[in-house]
Design a protein. Sequence first.
Length: 246
Amino acid sequence: MQCSEMAPTLVLLHGFTHTGASWSPVIRALGERYSAIAPDIRGHGSAAAREPVTLDAVIGDVVGPLPEEPFSLAGYSMGGRIALHAALALGERVQRLSLVGASPGIADPSERDARLEEDERLAEWMHEAPDIEQVARRWERTPVLARQPRDVRERAHEDRLRNTPEGLARALRGLGPAALPPVWGRLGELRMAVVLIAGERDQKYVTISERMAERIPDARVVIVPGAGHAVHLEAPTIVAQVIAET
């Protein structure tokens, strides 16, 4: 979706089990301030069958269709991890970076190994699941998504049904929080303006955002009152305003 040919480009990367359509409320709130693009990441939506599902392939999908000019980049959760890696890889191509409920990865090797094992069990279950409805319902019980407003939960569920169990299993294996290398030690390399957005109820990511900001030269943290992990779904107008001000 594009807002205006003359507006600067903004790429929005969705979270695990979502699709690019999940950014629609934020794009509407941005109006004509950006030419916004929200692609489906490999393993999801219209890209569910695209392989391989790897970080390099996804970054190639994002950058390939873009003009050579600098662009702004935003991502939520899984999309935030990918956006962070892309910003480190692309350097000055990324003019502004906005991360919603995102982390640089799991630094502790034993914790990362445990998470890999846990995600592999979940991926195996997803691959064998009879339909996407069951996968969506199970993911919605993830503690970090608790207490979402009913309308937000229903819209998110509808979006998740655009996926396939097999695609999500591949995405979890290739792009999960333990599948990508942690980049805590590289945060100081970011030279663009960075905003770290977290919901007030999502204390884990409030803490992570504050720790990240200490290591990024030009970073600010925005805590959205009353919101949980999926801030862009619960407070799209605020997220749009923060992105536009980054």
